[in-house]
Design a protein around this ligand. Structure first.
Ligand SMILES: NC(=O)c1ccc[n+]([C@@H]2O[C@H](COP(=O)([O-])OP(=O)(O)OC[C@H]3O[C@@H](n4cnc5c(N)ncnc54)[C@H](OP(=O)(O)O)[C@@H]3O)[C@@H](O)[C@H]2O)c1
Length: 187
């Protein structure tokens, strides 16, 4: 069955980008050679569709512009936005806005037997959690604190630790989402 997974790197103090959307703190961190636990190469093989917010998308567009690289993803990619944004050549990018429940069926259909990746940001992952549609959170925790920035997952949730392992400079962990924080549940 298709699972919806928020897979991301984070600082130790729970930020996925600095206040200026820089990922320099992340990109310099060493990872295990040949993959290792929770590696991107293993993860992306299980993904059939992905969804991201527009800040993340614009970071990717700026990165492609800066480096001359091609669009990263072969999977259909949804971008949540209220704006008109460009699409790089060869990219299967679809725009949507409004409740994530409105795009979920299309994501699941596109994913087929594979999983859905919520790329970020944190609030978008939170929107899936709010709708009861977020199954897993996989984090790679970098040995960095920023004090401020874009939050990892600004919600009150219960999660279950399923696995953890070091990978290069990172501690990686996979959690299953249980639902709202126990204290917030009625009754
Ligand atoms: N550490 C990592 O591995 C990692 C992973 C992913 C992202 N990042 C970085 O983290 C930062 C994330 O930025 P962010 O927190 O601002 O989040 P974001 O989710 O990338 O972008 C937020 C924006 O997406 C649009 N949006 C979100 N939900 C929507 C909805 N339901 N309907 C319509 N539009 C919607 C809104 O903008 P508009 O409507 O104005 O377009 C909103 O302001 C970026 O810098 C990104 O590069 C890091």
């Amino acid at each position: 069955m298709t699972r919806t997974t928020y897979y991301t790197a984070t600082t130790l103090d729970g930020f996925i980008a600095d206040p200026d959307d820089s990922l320099a703190w992340l990109l310099r961190q060493p990872q295990d050679e040949g993959g290792g636990p929770q590696s991107y190469d293993d993860f992306i093989k299980r993904i059939g569709a992905l969804v991201m917010g527009s800040t993340t998308y614009e970071w990717v567009l700026a990165h492609l512009e800066r480096t001359g690289e091609e669009w990263f993803y072969s999977q259909p990619s949804w971008v949540m936005t209220s704006r008109d944004l460009p699409v790089p050549g060869g990219a299967d990018v679809r725009f949507a806005s409004g409740p994530v429940t409105d795009v979920y069926d299309a994501l699941r259909d596109a994913a087929g037997d594979l999983d859905i990746w919520v790329v970020g940001g944190g609030d978008l992952a939170g929107q899936f959690a709010d709708a009861g549609l977020l199954d897993d959170v996989i984090v790679s925790v970098a040995p960095v604190t920023l004090g401020a920035g874009r939050p990892l997952l600004p919600r009150r949730l219960e999660l279950r630790l399923v696995e953890t392992a070091p990978n290069g400079a990172f501690v990686t962990a996979r959690y299953e989402v249980d639902g709202p924080l126990l204290e917030d549940r009625a009754g």
